[in-house]
Design a protein around this ligand. Structure first.
Ligand SMILES: Cc1cc2nc3c(=O)[nH]c(=O)nc-3n(C[C@H](O)[C@H](O)[C@H](O)COP(=O)(O)O)c2cc1C
Ligand code: SF4
Length: 679
């Protein structure tokens, strides 16, 4: 007899039976419409339910009061109309056998006054949160009374909307801003002693219980140690957890360790690529032992072995795998079906969370179907039509996705790749050791392709005749690009590209000027690589800040490395030309504001200016294709097939990814999925 998998054992939480141990913790994907969790929001959570999850926690930071305005599309729980939308969502999730709870909060100082109703931001004391930048007012007695009422009203709406439970957010938000000595300087009954600092959160719990009764599951997602010299200590955090547990009003604790008032601090609470796996798991186990209440926890538990260990070793009752479910909402189902290898891995890129701020919606870097469930499939099935011959040129992310999806449609797929290995630019990025996990995007696709019979021809620089010899029905040109040096007025033959360095073709020199006119991860990756390799480095960029396209959870590790190596950062400088200067190179840099010029003499000048498409093959094949390479954008946007009916002879030709224009991994994979899913 085989031992049952601990992850697949049910868990009884009060009257609620959770079918296994998988939990998606609260995270606001910013999919609300007018602050309501409508169709997009519902389908996103229903997909996890379909995929077998036991419990999905919706409403990352769903707000209870108008003076807690949404900073990233939060659900507005202070509006009655929310009940209807919660109800539809709950029904859909329940229909697929999962439970659904909601996290509610008052953001306190962690928001902006310039949103929604332009009310002043409120906090225990008038201390600014660096990350969101509002200068708050200190809460008065009438603020506290009103917010307590708002919590109770919001909880009532959640119960009316069919939620199976409620979680109160107590890390970095109003409730625990009262706990923390870093944010509470009050000298009234809400400040000073731990008992006083706990008063507000206890009143919140009591107000909610008084309104919704004792049966509904109620828990705290709470910081039990701010890990911060001026913050809540571990002893105080554990004391708060014990007091709530002993009070009997709460049914679970969802453990957080760390503080989130700066991007750097947040990157330890939501650790990304290169960070240690499950860094706070042992601590969560200590909270469980100290309180005796069921414990939930999430922080970079990305693989099933770690998750299994968390349950088997009794550190957790429910294991949060939140970004893991953003990458693949079908984890539990695949595990139960013995298809663990098919789980699309979360590689910790943090694109999902960073985009709620700068893109307005969470998207997974390598699962374009997430958040687009209404239009795009998470599972691609066979076409049911004739088997077609599909030729893909290029085994970077775009080409691999096209091959994977075309093969899943049941077609005969061959991939030509000029290099000896797949991956394209992803393989270069992975040369920075801290980011090697990014190869999961490539490895998962290659494994899926091989399982489905895709043939790979490496070391093959395909010409038009090679493609035509395959008698293809469909050709995908995913040849990527080559480093763009076209902007230089002189000296492009003297500079080194970031690719030269990362590929190992050129060694980093002693003194290096890096010109980054990309502003994205590529620039910071090569900067960190050069700094770690020991180069004395100056980064010049025409931007007003370094890496403007790199999001809040991603830039701190880069900046830490650059600071450690004392890298010089020079803003507002554009590289104009490069010339020889003895055995050195001279870079002419122009300030675009006053047109002043300065010369830097160094041993090596490295340029990161994205890529220009490698498109010769596409243009060689274009005139012979039946669509002349054209993409029907109307059909693409409507998620419809490019060609209706049987193929009319010859081949259809599609150019995808950076072979069209320099973009990012998500864009490349999205191109491929949209075009290949209807083949
Ligand atoms: C897009 C996104 C939004 C998030 N928003 C919230 C939130 O509003 N409230 C919260 O408690 N946690 C939030 N989180 C944190 C997650 O709940 C979780 O703690 C974090 O992703 C670490 O767990 P993981 O490694 O399993 O992803 C968010 C995470 C993501 C990815
Ligand atoms: S974007 Fe990155 S961190 Fe977020 S779910 Fe996708 S792979 Fe994971």
């Amino acid at each position: 007899m085989t031992t049952p998998d601990p992850l697949l054992q049910p868990f009884q939480l009060k009257q609620l039976t959770l079918r296994n141990r998988f939990l998606s913790t609260a995270h606001e994907p910013a999919y609300t419409e007018e602050g309501m969790p409508k169709t997009r929001y519902r389908l996103y959570h229903a997909e996890k339910a379909k995929g077998g999850i036991a419990l999905t926690m919706i409403g990352g930071s769903a707000v209870v009061s108008p003076d807690s305005p949404p900073v990233f599309g939060n659900i507005l729980l202070y509006k009655d109309e929310v009940v209807r939308w919660l109800g539809e969502l709950a029904d859909d999730v329940h229909a697929h056998g999962a439970a659904v709870m909601i996290q509610l909060t008052h953001l306190g100082r962690r928001t902006l006054w310039s949103k929604a109703d332009w009310l002043p931001v409120v906090a225990p004391s008038a201390i600014r949160e660096p990350a969101h930048r509002a200068f708050p007012k200190a809460a008065e007695d009438w603020d506290i009374a009103r917010i307590l009422r708002d919590y109770a009203d919001a909880a009532e709406r959640c119960v009316a909307g069919g939620m199976d439970g409620i979680e109160i957010e107590c890390y970095g938000h109003l409730a625990d801003q009262f706990w923390s000595p870093a944010t509470n300087m009050r000298d009234d009954e809400y400040g000073g002693s731990l008992e006083n600092r706990m008063r507000f959160s206890q009143e919140v719990v009591q107000a909610i219980r008084a309104r919704v009764g004792g049966d509904i599951v109620l828990g705290l997602r709470m910081v039990c140690d701010e890990d911060w010299e001026k913050g809540l200590t571990r002893d105080e955090g554990l004391a708060i957890a014990r007091r709530f547990a002993a009070g009997g009003d709460i049914d679970f604790i969802n453990v957080i360790r760390g503080h989130i008032d700066t991007d750097e601090a947040l990157s330890h609470v939501i650790p990304g690529m290169g960070a240690r796996l499950a860094p706070h798991l042992d601590f969560a186990g200590e909270v469980r032992a100290a309180t005796g209440v069921p414990v939930f926890h999430a922080a970079r538990i990305q693989d099933l072995a770690t998750a299994r260990h968390a349950i088997a070793s009794a550190k957790l009752d429910m294991v949060g795998m939140t970004r893991a479910h953003i990458a693949d909402p079908h984890i539990a189902g695949k595990l139960a079906a013995g298809r663990e290898d098919d789980i699309r891995p979360c590689v910790g890129m943090g694109y999902c969370i960073d985009r709620i701020y700068f893109g307005g919606e969470a998207l997974c870097i390598h699962n374009p179907a997430t958040g687009r469930e209404e239009f795009l499939p998470h599972v691609v099935g066979p076409s049911g039509g004739a088997r077609r011959k599909v030729v893909v040129v290029g085994a970077g992310p775009a080409g691999l996705e096209a091959a994977r999806v075309a093969a899943a449609r049941g077609h005969d797929v061959v991939v030509f790749e000029a290099a000896a290995e797949p991956g394209g630019q992803i393989r270069l990025t992975a040369k920075l050791g801290r980011r090697r996990e990014i190869m999961g995007i490539v490895d998962w696709r290659v494994a899926q392709c091989l399982k489905q019979g895709v043939r790979f021809r490496y070391n093959t620089y395909a010409e038009a005749d090679d493609i035509l010899a395959e008698a293809p029905d469909v050709v995908f040109i995913a040849t990527g690009g080559l480093p763009n040096l076209s902007f230089l007025e002189a000296g492009d033959d003297l500079v080194t590209t970031s690719w030269d360095i990362l590929s190992g073709a050129v060694k980093p020199a002693g003194t290096v000027l890096l010109f980054d006119d990309n502003g994205a991860d590529a620039g910071l990756t090569i900067a960190e690589f050069l700094a770690e390799a020991g180069s004395r480095l100056e980064i010049a960029t025409p931007e007003r800040t370094l890496g403007p396209e790199v999001g809040g959870t991603n830039y701190p590790p880069y900046f830490k490395s650059l600071a450690r190596h004392d890298v010089t950062i020079s803003l507002n400088l554009r590289l104009e030309s490069v010339a020889r200067a003895g055995n050195h190179l001279a870079a002419t840099l122009v300030n675009p504001y006053d047109r002043s010029r300065r010369i830097r003499e160094v041993e090596q000048i490295v340029v990161e200016h994205a890529t220009l498409p490698l498109d010769e093959l596409y243009f060689a094949l274009k005139s012979g294709s039946r669509n002349r390479g054209a993409v029907d954008y109307a059909a693409l946007i409507a998620n419809q097939a490019q060609e209706s009916g049987p193929a009319a002879g010859g081949y259809a030709l599609y150019r995808i990814g950076d072979a069209v224009a320099a973009r990012n991994i998500h864009a490349a994979i999205y191109d491929a999925l949209r075009l290949a899913k209807d083949l």
